[in-house]
Design a protein around this ligand. Structure first.
Ligand code: MLT
Ligand code: MN
Ligand code: ZN
Length: 298
């Protein structure tokens, strides 16, 4: 048995290029000078036969048509047994609408995230007679697909943008934003596409992991502000940045992790340019910059 992970989409919400963005990276992706990247999703399997999709991005249709392992194996037979969403953000749930067509699967999420979906009747397009919605308690192991155990755990984050009120707590610990621990055949992988801070608890949990996919939204906290793209910092969006003394590269530096892979990169992130100094710096610190279609096996 081999744990297989395929990055279906390496970009954050908006993708690379983002439809309305004229930043340098988006223009380079449009001209074909750097690879375009679709929005945040990972496929995982303990055996290459049964798969789970972690986060259903708005790009899932093209992601599935580009990923041989996820092609139908019969008229209406799919290798995808389940879909899990780690928060209610649009980049992680909008693709659920593409997964209608009376295809059976189990939709896993916390109770709070299921409530958000349940309050929106458009998701009833996933017919309850074939799509089972399963609420998962934090820190309770469950079978994501046969022979693949998963556990959801809270990571600091915030409610989805479309549910933000007047004041927003960006480091809520609860059922709104979770990471996923995955284990099969003695191997352990983690998927954490959004995380506001590496808390002591989280450090302890990730120590010794074979593989970690981690929030790579921004290189620097104020990168979007400096690029003239608005007033939002990474912190305000509930994302820790790669660079700087509190950044993920520094925070993970003394940890024992087999393989560290950044995912969920915003289109402004300089690591999306293959020849950038920032990408080299991340790689020198032991990180892999995720890309669409990248497969990692354990
Ligand atoms: C995020 O990761 O911060 C969100 O996906 C932003 C969004 O909803 O566009
Ligand atoms: Mn996102
Ligand atoms: Zn852009």
């Amino acid at each position: 048995m081999t744990l297989r992970a395929i990055i279906l989409g390496a970009a954050a919400g908006g993708g690379l290029p983002q439809w309305n963005c004229g930043c340098d990276n988006c223009n380079l992706a449009r001209s074909g000078d750097i690879p375009a990247q679709t929005q945040s999703s990972l496929a995982i399997s303990p055996d290459g036969l049964n798969w789970a999709v972690l986060n259903a991005s708005p790009d899932i249709r093209v992601q599935l048509s580009n990923t041989h392992a996820l092609f139908p194996s019969g008229l209406r037979q799919m290798p995808i047994q389940s879909v899990l969403v780690t928060n209610g953000d649009i980049d992680h749930v909008a693709g659920l609408l593409t997964l209608r067509e009376m295809q059976p699967f189990t939709l896993f999420a916390t109770r709070s995230i299921h409530e958000v979906l349940g309050q929106n009747p458009i998701f009833d397009a996933l017919n309850a007679s074939v799509v089972t919605r399963s609420s998962i308690s934090l820190d309770q192991p469950f079978e994501l697909v046969p022979d693949l155990q998963a556990t959801l755990f809270p990571v600091p984050g915030k409610v989805p943008l479309y549910l933000e009120g007047e004041t927003v707590q960006t480091d809520l610990i609860g059922e709104q934003t979770v990471g996923v621990a995955l284990s099969a055949d003695g191997k352990t992988a983690y998927y954490i596409p959004g995380c506001a801070a590496l808390t002591p608890d989280l450090r302890a949990q990730l120590e010794g992991a074979d593989l970690v996919f981690f929030d790579g939204t921004l290189w620097q906290d104020d990168e979007m502000v400096r690029a003239g793209l608005g007033q939002k910092t990474g912190k305000r969006m509930g994302h820790m940045s790669m660079d700087g003394p509190d950044g993920s590269i520094a925070s993970f530096a003394d940890m024992n992790i087999g393989r560290k892979v950044f995912v969920h990169m915003n289109n402004t992130n300089p690591v999306l340019r293959p020849d950038s100094a920032e990408k080299s710096q991340a790689q020198a610190a032991g990180w892999t910059i995720g890309q669409d279609g990248m497969e990692i096996t354990l």
